[in-house]
Design a protein around this ligand. Structure first.
Ligand SMILES: Nc1ncnc2c1ncn2[C@@H]1O[C@H](COP(=O)(O)OP(=O)(O)OP(=O)(O)O)[C@@H](O)[C@H]1O
Length: 278
């Protein structure tokens, strides 16, 4: 079966003053894909989400969501997009129960049991006010409201913000379970790489100056290699980056370099080798 393109980004360019954020970016996201927009702080992940949601007009190019221009989405299409926005603040004078009741009527496909599933994972009393919840607990309630919308496309902009490792794991496990056997499309931005292995299929690594590397997660992990570098002479065209710490040098590359010893590293290390630590 041919999978439909849920998001189509065509020749997208955007800049703030002299600062180029995207330069003729083309990117398609297929139905059922769990797609990661990854990059260090300040490279432009939220900018892309803002453009996709129609909050920000790009300097050039176009974005289509479910075939409609992102700055002019129909109400029906908007109903099929659930957005978690960085810095999202809930109405925290409400109790958990009031919060659920408040949101439910806005969404035709609202599923209360999905909302309470997530809340129950934290064993919270439904009459507790959001303002008295810990930051992690409050985020989980907000995420419950995102999942309960039963949207076809979920856009999760920096879900990890402020969450400790335990809450992040809870969320990722829940998300994996939630998308199992569904055809939902997820676009997730993050700078916490470790969590994403085993969740995300496709990645776009955004770097300063509008450079975007698109790949599958599996290809990137197997093809982007790390080698121990002593004083060997290496053809410059084969080097993506060399990282040095206290005299130990590591060479990162998509090439195979026969005379060097490969170091097995995880996705986080490869990501940092790709974008550079600082
Ligand atoms: N309205 C604006 N005017 C000028 N510069 C802006 C504006 N919005 C964002 N920027 C700059 O553009 C760059 C990209 O910002 P953006 O928020 O998209 O990055 P990000 O990748 O989401 O960062 P983070 O991971 O820290 O959330 C940053 O350098 C930011 O300072």
């Amino acid at each position: 079966m041919k999978r439909e393109d849920i998001i189509q980004i065509k020749d997208l360019s955007h800049s703030y003053g002299e600062k180029i954020i995207y330069d003729k970016l083309n990117l398609n996201i297929k139905e059922g894909s769990i797609y990661g927009i990854l990059g260090k702080n300040g490279v432009g992940k939220s900018t892309l989400i803002n453009i996709l949601m129609g909050y920000l007009k790009p300097k050039n190019g176009e974005c289509l969501i479910f075939g409609e221009p992102s700055h002019n989405l129909s109400t029906k299409t908007k109903e099929n997009i659930a957005l978690l926005h960085e810095g999202f603040v809930a109405y925290d004078y409400m109790t958990i129960k009031e919060y659920e009741k408040f949101y439910a009527p806005f969404y035709e496909k609202w599923n209360s049991s999905v909302f309470y599933d997530l809340v129950d994972l934290m064993k919270l009393n439904y009459n507790q006010k959001l303002s008295t919840l810990s930051f992690g607990q409050k985020s989980q309630v907000v995420l419950g409201a995102i999942f309960a919308q039963d949207a076809k496309l979920l856009i999760l902009d920096d879900y990890s913000m402020g969450l400790d490792a335990g809450y992040r794991k809870l969320f990722i496990d829940y998300l994996k379970d939630y998308v199992k056997n569904t055809n939902k499309t997820i676009l997730i931005t993050s700078h916490v790489m470790g969590d994403l292995v085993g969740l995300i299929n496709d990645i776009a690594i955004v770097q300063r100056g509008g450079i975007v590397h698109q790949d599958t997660m599996d290809n990137f992990i197997s093809n982007f290699k790390c080698y121990k570098l002593n004083n060997e002479e290496i053809d410059k065209t084969k080097i993506h980056r060399i990282e040095e710490y206290k005299g130990n040098k590591k060479l990162y590359t998509f090439e195979t370099i026969e005379n060097l010893e490969e170091i097995q590293t995880d996705f986080e290390d490869k990501f940092l080798g790709f974008v550079g630590k600082y």
